[in-house]
Design a protein around this ligand. Structure first.
Ligand SMILES: NC(=O)c1ccc[n+]([C@@H]2O[C@H](COP(=O)([O-])OP(=O)(O)OC[C@H]3O[C@@H](n4cnc5c(N)ncnc54)[C@H](O)[C@@H]3O)[C@@H](O)[C@H]2O)c1
Length: 401
């Protein structure tokens, strides 16, 4: 296994999370140089994380001779230019979410790495949480049958830096900031090979005095008939709510990543301090998160990225995935405007053709009739709802187990 030397572009919130993960638990991979606009913040970042060099020259960080992987941890409007520079340098590039401000920008990013033939990894940490990885494995192994509906929710009281609130720099509000996570979580459960076909979205600005949406809900219809549902908000009070629900023909999965992780604490407030990302209180009942970088997926995400770089294979989350996410969000904005289902427009679909849910499944028969539903009664017998295929009539029938 190689020891990777990373150039970190950015010194803010996510760069800190990434450095915590990269330098965690005696990891062999390290940040070699950090780029920041401000020399002071670059130096402070270097001191925080034991990074040998810092620079205010992005090209110098990217082209540093020891560096083989560049991590883009900059505001959304800077992703394209940074990635083009890394592609030109012929190095592997990992980019935070969202890939672009819109699908056109994401496609340019995708083209840049594919034309240069360099590795591109989409840093969508929430698809790598230990719970999500295990749940997706369970779904892929057939534990819940065919996936019919996936609900993904991310809400908090709003982002932590000025640039997030400026739609010109971000590409949108809560949809672009939080919906990107939900969409990719949904795709992982439905199956990356299943095409997202169309979107119905309602978005509004309910609380914050900004031009972009601070609340939105959307439905994504997949080719199999599966439904994705996401809910995002920048006005939720009480911390950060991160939950997923997956419904299948043979089972259900619920995951809660933040406010109820099984760690609940009460404090009268004598020793306040950091509790968890976006926590709004440091006293009363609190819901801390044991090891945020692990539980939010950052550690497994970098492990997958470096493994993929070394083995010359694709990571779980690729730049093409980032592009699809941007295309779904573009459709959300069109739908929020038109109040209609809007198609997800992709320049190319790299997945497969998905059969309709239930196709090829022979329904259970009883006495020549189709069993619509079977329920166990208190006395142990079974109650069947039957449909006569010839007449179309329905009937109740109680039978021995
Ligand atoms: N879970 C996640 O994956 C996650 C979480 C938060 C943020 N993000 C993403 O990370 C990126 C950065 O967000 P953040 O939360 O770290 O923001 P931040 O405001 O905390 O930090 C942004 C960094 O970029 C620098 N910067 C800002 N404007 C710049 C400019 N014009 N030129 C050069 N540098 C500039 C800042 O100085 C700072 O170092 C965004 O794309 C955001 O969507 C991802």
């Amino acid at each position: 296994m190689k020891q990777h030397q990373v150039a970190m572009l950015g010194t803010g919130f996510i760069a800190d999370f990434y450095a915590t993960s990269l330098h965690a638990q005696r990891s062999r991979d390290h940040v070699r140089i950090v780029y920041g606009r401000s020399a002071e913040r670059g130096k402070a970042f270097g001191e925080r994380w034991g990074v040998p060099d810092s620079t205010t020259d992005m090209a110098a960080a990217i082209n540093h001779p020891d560096v083989d992987v560049v991590v883009v941890a900059l505001p959304n409007h800077l992703h394209l230019d940074a990635i083009k520079q890394v592609a030109a340098a012929g190095k592997a590039v990992l980019c935070t979410k969202p890939l672009g401000r819109n699908a056109a920008e994401a496609r340019e990013i995708l083209d840049a790495v594919e034309t240069a033939g360099v590795f591109g990894g989409y840093l969508e940490d929430l698809c790598y949480t230990p719970k999500t990885l295990k749940a997706v494995r369970a779904v892929r192994s057939g534990a819940i049958g065919e996936v019919t509906w996936v609900r993904s929710r991310e809400t908090h009281p709003g982002p932590h830096s000025a640039w997030f609130w400026d739609g010109r720099l971000t590409g949108g509000g809560a949809i672009v900031d939080l919906g990107c996570h939900c969409i990719e979580i949904i795709r992982n459960y439905v199956g990356k090979g299943v095409r997202p076909v169309e979107v119905m979205c309602h978005a509004d600005t309910l609380v914050h005095p900004i031009a972009d949406e601070d609340n939105a809900v959307a439905l994504i219809r997949f080719e199999s008939g599966a439904i994705g549902q996401f809910e995002v908000s920048w006005t939720f009070r009480g911390g950060m709510d991160l939950r997923d629900e997956i419904a299948g023909t043979a089972g259900t999965i619920w995951t809660n990543h933040f406010l109820r992780t099984g760690f609940e604490m009460f404090t009268a407030g004598t020793a306040g301090g950091y509790v968890a990302e976006k926590a709004e209180s440091e006293k009363g009942w609190l819901f801390p998160v044991g090891d945020e970088v692990v539980e939010l997926g950052y550690v497994d995400m970098f492990t997958d990225m470096f493994r993929a770089i070394e083995s010359g294979t694709a990571p779980q989350e690729t730049f093409y995935d980032g592009y699809v996410v941007n295309a779904v969000m573009d459709a959300c904005f069109r739908s929020a405007k038109s109040s209609r289902w809007e198609p997800v427009e992709l320049f190319e679909w790299r997945g497969g053709v998905a059969p309709r849910i239930g196709s090829g499944v022979e329904p259970e028969k009883y006495d020549g009739k189709v069993v619509i539903k079977r329920e166990i009664l208190p006395d142990g017998r079974h109650k069947l709802i039957l449909k006569d295929p010839a007449s179309g009539d329905f009937e109740d029938r109680v039978v021995a187990a």
